[in-house]
Design a protein around this ligand. Structure first.
Ligand code: ZN
Length: 343
């Protein structure tokens, strides 16, 4: 069995990898599709992000879907041949946060394709993945396995939407239109936002944001006055989803959010300098959001019922043994939104 394994920055290889038979409570899945995420690109370009660094070879990937190939003892609700999406989260279910229902904050989380712990948790860019049966969720017949592999980023955005509270009738700004920002446009629309404005520094992702339902998509480099109407009074947006992780995007948006407005920070921006006075005097609420929990199943359900359509986001699918080409393509924001590997 082969896997897409990162060894060091820019050293991505197709390696042979152990193919495990499922033990009790496990299933083996023949992977069909795997989406390349921003964190996979960080491992590829920089060997990690922040304090998280590759210390041993690690298969990348945590946006995956496939077909069950073998079922371990004690698993009755899944059968060989079923199409499933893989939830890459495996919380411990026993720490204080798991017991409080905050499983995304688990103290002993095993998240696929993450170098946060040693040994690293191997990722899902492999021909076969053997996992706990609880991580395999059936996929509606109406969805392709490529679409099903988008359940993870959709779940991230549903969780972020939940952090903001009700969006019905609200005016929403999304800064940064990578896959996560673009999906935030979709989620804000689904949640009933009256207006969704998206910004980016490149035209190509803004075109997709428009296609996905943004009321207005503004290139903040070329159209410097495009957001002026939204500065009226003390700013008009009720909610900001900041998906770029860029300090300039967050700072400039502070003028556009109304007093008492909610800022949900999705982008991991490292260190930022902010005008705290603006946050204090406008009584802005700055909120974080991290991964997801029950939203994974919800994402699959909404996609399966046709209520959330991710097809416009999938801009390319390459064979997994061309992973280096796929990672380079995924790094080019002018050409790519979501690039997937086919296994
Ligand atoms: Zn836990």
């Amino acid at each position: 069995m082969r896997a897409v394994v990162i060894h060091a920055p820019k050293d991505l290889r197709i390696d042979s990898f152990p193919d495990l038979a499922p033990e009790a409570g496990e299933v083996r899945i023949k992977i069909a599709a795997g989406g390349i995420c921003g964190s996979d690109l960080h491992y590829y370009h920089h060997g990690g992000f922040g304090a998280v660094r590759i210390q041993q070879p690690m298969a990348l990937g945590h946006e995956i879907a496939g077909v069950i190939d073998a079922v371990g003892s004690g698993v009755s609700h899944l059968k060989a041949g079923m199409r499933v999406a893989v939830n890459p989260s495996k919380p411990c279910y026993s720490c204080i946060y798991c017991r409080e229902g905050l499983r995304n904050q688990c103290l002993d989380m095993r998240f696929m394709g993450s170098a946060m712990r040693m040994p690293h948790v191997q990722g899902g860019f492999r021909e076969n993945v053997t996992i706990d049966a609880s991580q395999a969720l059936p996929v509606a017949d109406s969805l392709s396995l490529g679409e099903a592999a988008m359940a993870e980023p959709v779940a991230v955005c549903l969780h972020a939407g939940r952090q903001a509270g009700p969006l019905l009738g609200k005016r929403v700004l999304v800064t940064g239109c990578g896959p996560i920002g673009a999906l935030m446009v979709v989620v804000a629309r689904y949640d009933g936002a009256a207006e969704v404005v998206a910004t980016d520094i490149a035209d190509a992702p803004l075109g997709i944001a428009r296609e996905l339902g943004a009321s207005l998509a503004v290139n903040v480099v070329n159209e410097t006055s495009g957001l002026d109407p939204y500065r009226a009074g003390k700013g008009v947006f009720d909610v900001l989803f900041e998906a770029s992780g860029n300090q300039a995007a967050l700072r400039s948006a502070l003028d556009l959010v109304r007093p008492g407005g909610i800022i949900v920070q999705l982008g991991l921006g490292g260190e930022m300098t902010l005008p705290v006075n603006a946050i204090v005097t406008k009584e802005l609420q700055l909120r974080g959001t991290f991964r997801f929990d029950p939203e994974f199943e919800l994402a699959l359900r909404l996609m399966g019922e046709g209520l959330i359509d991710v097809k416009p986001l999938i801009t390319a699918t390459l064979p997994f043994d061309s992973a280096v080409d796929a990672f380079e393509l995924a790094s080019d924001r002018l050409k790519s939104m979501k690039v997937q590997l086919a296994f």
